[in-house]
Write a protein that binds this ligand. Sequence first.
Ligand SMILES: [Fe+2]
Ligand SMILES: [Fe+2]
Length: 179
Amino acid sequence: MIGKKLRDAMNEQIKHELESYYIYLSMVAYFHSQNLDGMAHWMRVQSHEEQMHAMKFFDHIIECGGTVELLDLKQHKTKFSSPLEAFKDAYDHELFITSKIHKLMAIARKEGEFSSEPLLGWFVKEQIEEESNTSRIKQQLEMLGNSKDGLIMLDRELATRAWPAGSCLDPLSYNAPGA
Ligand SMILES: [Fe+2]
Ligand SMILES: [Fe+2]
């Protein structure tokens, strides 16, 4: 049985993960508006990951006998002045998420919530990847400055990011006959 302190913090975390989904989806729309469809694709895959993160906490709370409470989502910014600004925001957001995950781990350890440590350990590791991905792209955008050629090349590269299996955000899935 999950204790109230950790359960409340995990319900908060479901909200943070869903807000991440929302923020990145907003960036998908921005990148499409700039004809940077590769970057839009990369962010679509990232949005999908955020939904999965929310569901990992959702299922964990239920499995541990707790009650899931879906909290109000905040309206985040919907306009970006450049691809660099969007990826800078994404990196800053991942730093914020890492601080939240570390706080969850600290609560779990303080409260002796050993059953939640493996899941939180997975998230600690996942955040290393999330920070490194967003930081690398942000730095590449900084490097290429005003180069349109460079921007197009990076856009092409980001178009190759693979979907998680059976993603509902993959247009192939929601445009399939019978969907
Ligand atoms: Fe996440
Ligand atoms: Fe990830």
